[in-house]
Design a binder for this molecule. Structure first.
Ligand code: NAP
Length: 242
């Protein structure tokens, strides 16, 4: 029984990834933080693909919660293998550093960077034993180029890129690949307040991306078709910056 765990799969990019991986035949563990109504919509879409869907709310940044939910599920289900992990959960709290409150720094680092550690540490042993695993981390253009007003978010995403490159070297011999997808502007709740008309002039493809376009790339990196790609950062940004 093969499972894919997608963090932050209640909405946006994570939901599109959940649907795509269900199409590939995976049973899907749908993690989200608190919006159960939206997560239920993801669940219904997964079930439409005739796959099992499991709702698993926890805050990826809270190690105790991750251990008591995901850790407990792993212990109670030794017959079930999570062979794909998509570390997608993330938030942004934009402000200039001079005004950034400790909570705005901590919460953004917790969701994207500490979340990667808290979740991946629980799955890596099983992947090592099975000699197969696909880890895809969702970073951002901000983690590559840095963005004013996003010192917290750029740091979290740059850290995630470094972690990916290091982990890829640790686990490559055991058949596990670890890669990053770095989106630019993608239409989702996260970019709701950003006016596409103002920003699209900067984008060679002249539009924001769709969540399904990101899901296609994640699905490729989560599949055996990407068997010789690891430690890579693949941008998906309409040509904005590479
Ligand atoms: P979104 O629409 O805001 O959805 C975020 C999802 O993550 C929600 O399901 C949310 O759960 C969940 N989440 C947030 N914090 C969490 C936490 N601490 N623990 C568990 N789940 C958590 O965001 P999105 O646009 O799909 O973004 C997904 C990822 O892509 C993020 O890492 C983001 O940084 C990255 N990204 C997005 C863009 C973009 O333009 N959209 C660009 C570059 C990178 P609830 O529904 O329960 O709140």
């Amino acid at each position: 029984m093969k499972y894919a765990l997608i963090t932050g799969a209640g909405r946006g990019i994570g939901r599109a990834v959940a649907v795509k991986l269900a199409e590939m035949g995976y049973n899907i563990i749908i993690n989200y933080k608190s919006n159960t109504e939206e997560a239920n919509k993801t669940l219904a879409l997964v079930q439409e693909k005739n796959c099992e869907g499991i709702l698993m709310p926890f805050d990826v940044g809270n190690r105790t919660q991750v251990d008591s939910t995901l850790g407990a599920w792993i212990e109670q289900n030794p017959d079930k293998t999570i062979e794909v992990l998509v570390n997608n959960a993330g938030i942004r709290k934009d402000t200039l550093l001079m005004w950034m409150k400790p909570e705005e720094w901590d919460s953004v680092i917790d969701a994207s960077l500490n979340g990667f550690y808290n979740v991946t540490r629980l799955l890596i042993n099983s992947m090592l034993l099975k000699r197969y695993g696909k880890i895809v981390n969702v970073a951002s253009l901000s983690g590559l180029k840095g963005m004013a007003g996003q010192v917290n978010y750029s740091s979290a995403k740059a850290g995630l890129i470094g972690a990916t490159k290091a982990l890829a070297q640790e686990v490559g011999r055991r058949g596990i690949t670890v890669n990053v997808v770095a989106p630019g502007f993608i239409k989702s709740d996260m970019t709701e307040g950003i006016n596409e008309a103002d920003f699209k002039k900067m984008i060679p493809l002249n539009r924001f991306g769709e969540v399904e376009e990101v899901a296609e790339l994640v699905a490729f990196l989560a599949s055996s078709k990407s068997s010789y790609i690891t430690g890579e950062v693949i941008s998906i940004n309409g040509g904005l910056y590479s």
